[in-house]
Structures are given as structure tokens and as C-alpha cells.
Design a protein around this ligand. Sequence first.
Ligand SMILES: Nc1ncnc2c1ncn2[C@@H]1O[C@H](COP(=O)(O)O)[C@@H](OP(=O)(O)O)[C@H]1O
Ligand SMILES: CCc1ccc(OS(=O)(=O)O)cc1
Length: 286
Amino acid sequence: MSEDYIWLEGVPLSRKYLTSKYQTGEWRNFMFKEDDILTVSYPKSGTHWMIEILSLIQNKGDPKWVQSVPIWDRSPWLEARRLYEALEAKEGPRLITSHLPIQLLPKSLFTSKAKIIHLIRDPRDVLVSGYFFSKICFYFHQSASLQAHFECFMQGNVCYGSWFEHTRGWMSMKGKENYLLLSYEELKRDTRSTIEKICQFLGKNLEPEEINSVLKHSSFQAMRDNKMTNYTILDDAYFNLNNGPFLRKGISGDWRNHLTVAQAEAFDRAFQEKMVDLPPELFPWE
Ligand SMILES: Nc1ncnc2c1ncn2[C@@H]1O[C@H](COP(=O)(O)O)[C@@H](OP(=O)(O)O)[C@H]1O
Ligand SMILES: CCc1ccc(OS(=O)(=O)O)cc1
């Protein structure tokens, strides 16, 4: 695993994926602008779903943009090779994505009025989704078994580090008016209301039929079929899609099909211990 990652301030990041700006320290000078919309999430929390929704909201439900421009160019990852540079050159309003923990974000974010959407997901589903993702993505270390991945995840020895620390870190923004905390689970349960909540946060007024179109074009099936979103247009250097599709199942609670009783119990104990001081209503899963 060690050769796959660069450790930055104690956080393992993909050597192949990380822009050199994060090695030279230049990232500290990145300037956020007040009309930026930043999606922050731990990998496999539904990031691409959020980007698709934001891309559609920005275009009042018109699917032309999501059907013609790759997702990574619509909302580039701040920490990614080539995409960081593309972001610097981009005109506003910019959609920006990052899986980085809060301490690795440039200071300008915290003095700007950029809007931050923090998407969380049941970490047991994140863990399972990440295990299958590591089989298709060459940028993530592939564990030999789900048990091996489970152990790495619990110790934070996975790409982007500990879910617990990542989540706590970003949640420290709670209460700031430019920060919105959302969960994959609420998006799944009531997609329309959650999209309306996002529109309200962004100050976007969409007509009911425009919301219908956002819903239609950001559905799991529509995203799976959209070659600008499903990564089929990338060459084999990034993904081995013979091992599974980029958009895998798109459901809540799949961990129940994969984790053993012992793993689930160990997970519960760790969650209690590490997140005990945070209000349980922040985590809307059972
Ligand atoms: N429109 C959609 N509806 C529901 N789930 C979606 C979705 N688009 C992506 N996902 C799910 O979000 C997860 C990927 O997250 P990310 O974008 O952060 O990498 C995958 O979960 P699964 O592996 O559980 O299916 C993927 O299937
Ligand atoms: C461009 C290749 C790539 C690599 C890793 C990704 O991870 S994640 O899905 O955002 O977690 C995405 C794209």
C-alpha cells in the first residue's frame, strides 16, 4: 500500500492522482471566489450524484451540459492532476469538488463566501462501495479481501484517510451560513425535497418542471447511461471497468449484504467511541 500513497500531514493520498501542487505547497495559494460552489465528501459518498444535480441546477434542468462535458471537467477535483490547473483558469461560477479533509483546503476558502456542500453517507456503505471501487480504479489501493479493506478503513489507512476524522473535520463548519450538510440517505429517501433544499441554499429559483428535469437526468439509470458521467470515455489507464461499472448499485444499506456480524459490531463500537460527542441526528441512518 505504501507505494500507492503520498502522506500529506498524516493523510494518505493517491500518488498517481494528486497534483504536484500538493507536493510543492503551491496549493496554499489557490484562490476561492465568492461564487464558487464546492462539494466536499469522503470518497464513495455520492459525490458524482451531487455533481450531476448541481450541474443540472446550474442549467435549470437542461441536460445539454451533463450530456456533452465530462463530469470531471464540469466540477474538477481540486487535488487532481491537470484538474487543479483547469480550475485556476476557469471562469465563474465554478463548480469544484474535493475529497480532501478540511485541513488540506487552501485558507482562501475560509475567508470567501464560496458555498460548501458537505455530503455524508453511512460509513458502512462507504466502506463497501470503496472496496468494490478499488477493484476498478487504479488510483486506489486494492485490498486482497473485504476483511483486509475493513481493517484498513477502520485504521484510516485508505485513500483520503480516516472517515471519522474527515467527517468531524468538515462538520466543524456547521452553523456557518455558506455550509450545507446533506446525506446520501436523505437524497435517496426524498430526492425532490433535497434538490429543493440545495436550490434554496444556492439561491436558485427553479420551476417545478425544471426540478422534474433535474430529477430525471440525475437518476441512477440516467447517470449510468451517460457516457460523460460513467467514465467509459476514459482510457484504461484509470479504470478497469471489466471488473464492474463505475455506478455500482446506488442503494442505501448494501453493507448488510457484505459485512459480517462481527464486522458490523466492531464498526458500531468504533463509531460510538469516535463520534460519541456529536448529535446522533447528524447521522440519518440506522
Ligand atoms: N444517481 C445516483 N443515485 C444513487 N446512487 C448513486 C447515484 N450516482 C452515484 N451513486 C452511488 O454513489 C456511490 C459513488 O459515490 P462517489 O460519487 O462519491 O464516488 C456509488 O455507490 P455504490 O457503490 O454503493 O453503488 C454509486 O452507485
Ligand atoms: C479521473 C480518474 C478518477 C480517479 C478517482 C476518482 O475517485 S472518486 O470517484 O472521486 O472517488 C475519480 C476519477
